[in-house]
Design a protein around this ligand. Structure first.
Ligand code: ZN
Length: 303
């Protein structure tokens, strides 16, 4: 009798903690933490999402690991950034041999679908061009408005895989977008003081963010995306910062502190550390917190 009682208690407690049974959840693999956060916003308790690139790592320089292949083998859905940002995922998908999530499969999601890409140059990346941005600037999740498109694409895929719960996914997405809409107004209001102010960043992660909030990134410390600066390039950056009175240099936590501190010091500018991905800063724990953290950091440093 006592045993039955205990089992019933355990069952009741677990049902409370996990309304969708863990084994029923849809296993989703995303290439980045940003897409993990957006997938969780739509999927809620019905999805179990892991990001291949851990928080705080540069996804454009990611070296795949054997565990990534086994994750993809067992996944029902993959969500990737596309636009050559996570090209390494191609090989992983081939190795995993999971037909459900290969390109064209029911669980394959390229989150760049429907996004208006910035900085498309219509030329291929040559050997001296660095690794990145050959297909336009891929950092589109840094415009919160683009989350509407991305969550729409994710909603479509989840509905395809799990039509019985379509309404719940729609409701999750609507609630998330309503919250995002309110936050966007708050972020826009807070960043008005930085409008038109010239900024320099290490890597060109910011055109979508800058367009949304009317910021003005005038130069980048990298020679080209993925190519570290030469001494001559650093000197040129310092000259143009002085000429244009640039007072803020933006750095992401994984970027070399030495180069950023050097140009900021020479030009008399402050360094602001921003998260270009969820988890890159401890306070940027999810998609909305990412913008909260960046807006707070920028407004705290604005002269
Ligand atoms: Zn990049």
């Amino acid at each position: 009798m006592i045993r039955v009682h205990l089992a019933a208690l355990v069952a009741a407690c677990c049902a409370l903690a996990f309304p969708a049974h863990a084994q029923d959840r849809i296993d989703v693999v995303t290439t980045t933490t940003d897409l993990r956060s957006l997938t969780e916003a739509v999927g809620g308790e019905r999805v179990a999402v892991v990001s291949i690139v851990p928080a705080g790592m540069d996804a454009e320089e990611y070296q795949a690991k054997p565990q990534d292949v086994s994750r993809l083998r067992n996944a029902r859905m993959i969500v990737r950034v596309g636009l050559d940002y996570d090209l390494w995922a191609e090989r992983l998908l081939l190795q995993a041999g999971n037909s459900a999530i290969r390109r064209g499969g029911p669980g394959y999601v390229d989150a760049s679908y429907g996004i208006a890409t910035l900085e498309v140059r219509g030329m291929s990346v040559g050997p001296g061009d660095g690794h990145a941005h050959g297909n336009g600037n891929p950092h589109y999740w840094l415009d919160p408005k683009n989350a509407e498109i991305v969550t729409g694409t994710i909603l479509e895929a989840l509905t395809r895989l799990d039509p019985a719960n379509a309404r719940s996914y729609q409701a999750n997405r609507s609630a998330f977008l309503a919250r995002l809409q309110l936050k966007l107004a708050e972020w826009e209001a807070k960043l008005t003081s930085l409008r038109g102010m010239p900024l320099v960043a290490y890597h060109n992660s910011w055109p979508y963010f800058a367009r949304r909030f009317r910021l003005d990134f005038v130069a980048f410390i990298e020679m080209k995306p993925g190519v570290p600066p030469s001494p001559a390039h650093l000197a040129e950056i310092i000259r143009s910062m002085r000429a244009r009175n640039v007072k803020i240099v933006v750095r992401e936590p994984h970027e070399p502190k030495r180069d950023v501190d050097f140009v900021a010091g020479k030009a008399g500018a402050a360094v602001v550390t921003l998260a270009a991905s969820v988890g890159a800063l401890p306070q940027a724990g999810d998609y909305i917190a990412l913008f909260d953290a960046n807006v707070a950091a920028l407004t705290a440093t604005a002269p």
